[in-house]
Design a binder for this molecule. Structure first.
Ligand SMILES: NC(=O)C1=CN([C@@H]2O[C@H](COP(=O)(O)OP(=O)(O)OC[C@H]3O[C@@H](n4cnc5c(N)ncnc54)[C@H](O)[C@@H]3O)[C@@H](O)[C@H]2O)C=CC1
Ligand SMILES: O=C(O)[C@H]1O[C@H](OP(=O)(O)OP(=O)(O)OC[C@H]2O[C@@H](n3ccc(=O)[nH]c3=O)[C@H](O)[C@@H]2O)[C@H](O)[C@@H](O)[C@@H]1O
Length: 439
């Protein structure tokens, strides 16, 4: 299959490389020349485990190319749209500027029989509108919506072996057009389907809603456990033991019950806000109002870490804080809406001197917060600190030897923002330890 992927960010670059890995002939297109240059050189433009290997392998076969020119999509018959849908400045709505521009830009290059496949996360109703735009242009191309569920840090594996495929097609699978679109997607994903991966073929609206409701559910699960952390803090209970205990119930499950600093990243926060905004437009304000609470609980955790730090050090003004972790989660260099970076900025605003280290996100964090002081290692970040904050649970921070840290800091105080440290071992090394929802 000849494929184009429009937008080569965290989603599109991985998708393009993995489609070539599956044997397809792929051109990845992005307006960002820096990203395309990095991809052409066989490097990911961001940190994603396994991506450079897949890129190098696919490029060596000649099946994967990258370009900044949308006209290079003209030889492909399937066009994945993987551009960003960020939060609109000043509102909760998804900004559809990039999706609209990508589809408009594709129109002159589409031929009869071509399939445009939306992968970006969009408000329900977007696919039907774009299908109308494509139909009106008269090329004979059609549209499917095939939402993506990959997690950063596991993006290659999640793309090649997802938990399920969802195809939103015009009128569902019963129509000729829908059946044809589903057959094309089946051919593209044949390898994963052959291993029994479930596939749900549905209409546009359901496919769009599957994506945003999955993210809303995950965000709700995290905020639920963080609400329990608040209750634990008020009562002396231990939220980690609570999560283990309720997680043994198979109906609840232990995954996504890690209390701590909460969710961030380029998706969960903006997706729950965009879902609420779409709910308002649909007259469903009350129905989705709980997502406002999910958001509020999540943001309170960031304040809580600042409060705990203030309790430990007394006055934040003039205090030196060693911060371990800047990325929104481990195994990523993504700092979009990173809870860690938010805490850093709050500490700075309160007058603290922050020295931060992240194994992969120092650079992205500095781009996002110019003037941020980053260290070349964890040891450099915590040396001389009045308190050490662990804000992203990288394995190397879990593995820190408390005695080594104790010998380097100014005061033995640690805030475990991700409940990832062995509190007893740190206390044994003389540290005052504060966690979120743990005594
Ligand atoms: N990052 C993730 O883990 C996942 C993201 N998604 C969704 O996928 C979409 C993309 O997300 P990310 O890859 O994280 O965003 P991103 O910001 O990393 O990448 C978007 C890319 O699109 C490019 N772009 C914008 N307009 C363009 C145009 N007209 N033509 C060509 N390229 C253009 C940008 O330069 C950028 O490189 C969003 O809707 C997101 O919600 C869905 C599942 C997972
Ligand atoms: O739509 C998207 O872009 C993606 O959003 C999330 O993936 P991702 O943002 O890569 O990362 P997650 O692993 O979901 O973590 C999100 C945030 O929640 C936090 N989290 C996660 C789990 C948990 O138990 N507790 C918790 O605070 C993480 O630290 C992180 O900040 C979803 O998991 C993906 O299925 C989805 O495709």
């Amino acid at each position: 299959m000849r494929i184009s992927v429009i937008g080569c960010g965290y989603l599109g670059a991985v998708h393009a490389a993995c489609m070539a890995e599956l044997g397809h002939d792929v051109v990845g297109i992005d307006v960002d020349e820096r990203k395309i240059a990095e991809l052409q050189a066989g490097r990911g433009p961001f940190f994603e485990p396994g991506l450079p290997e897949v890129l190098t392998r696919a490029q060596a076969t000649g099946r994967l190319r990258f370009s900044t020119d949308l006209a290079d999509a003209r030889d492909a018959t399937v066009h994945f749209v993987a551009v960003g849908t960020p939060q609109t400045k000043g509102s909760f709505n998804a900004d559809l500027t990039y999706v609209n521009a990508a589809v408009d830009g594709l129109l002159p290059h589409l031929k009869s029989g071509d399939l445009v496949v939306g992968k970006s996360t969009v408000p329900v109703g977007t696919a039907a509108r774009l299908a109308g735009v494509i139909e009106a242009a008269g090329s004979g191309a059609t549209l499917a919506w095939n939402p993506e569920f990959l997690r950063e840090g596991f993006a290659v594996k999640d793309t090649l072996t997802p938990d399920r495929f969802v195809y939103g097609v015009s009128g569902g699978e019963q129509t000729d057009e829908g059946a044809k679109a589903a057959a094309i997607l089946d051919e593209i994903y044949a390898k994963a389907l052959a291993t029994g991966t479930p596939r749900i073929v549905t209409d546009y609206a359901t496919a769009e809603l599957v994506k945003v409701s999955a993210n809303a559910f995950l965000a709700t699960k995290i905020s639920f456990i963080n609400a329990m952390a608040e209750v634990a803090e008020a009562t002396g209970a231990d939220v980690t033991q609570l999560a283990d205990a309720i997680g043994h119930d198979a109906r609840i499950g232990r995954k996504f019950l890690n209390a701590g600093l909460g969710f961030g990243g380029g998706c969960l926060p903006k997706d729950i806000r965009a879902f609420r905004a779409r709910g308002d437009e649909l007259g469903l304000t009350d129905t989705l109002s709980f997502l406002g609470e999910v958001d509020a609980i999540n943001l309170r955790r960031r304040e809580r870490v600042v409060t705990l730090t203030r309790e430990l050090v007394g006055d934040l003004q003039g205090a030196t804080i060693g911060v371990l972790g800047l990325a929104f989660k481990p195994n990523s260099d993504d700092v979009r809406d990173s809870p860690a970076l938010d805490v850093v900025q709050k500490l700075q605003a309160a007058g603290a001197t922050v020295v931060a280290f992240d194994p992969e996100a120092n650079e992205t964090a500095q781009r996002s917060v110019p003037g941020l002081t980053t260290a070349a290692s964890a040891a450099e970040a915590y040396s001389g600190a009045d308190a050490v904050l662990v804000l992203t649970e990288w394995q190397e921070f879990r593995d820190l030897d408390p005695a080594t840290v104790a010998a380097a800091v100014n005061h033995k105080r640690v805030v475990d923002g991700r409940n990832c440290l062995d509190a007893a071992a740190w206390r044994a090394a003389g540290f005052e330890v504060r966690g979120l929802g743990r005594p």
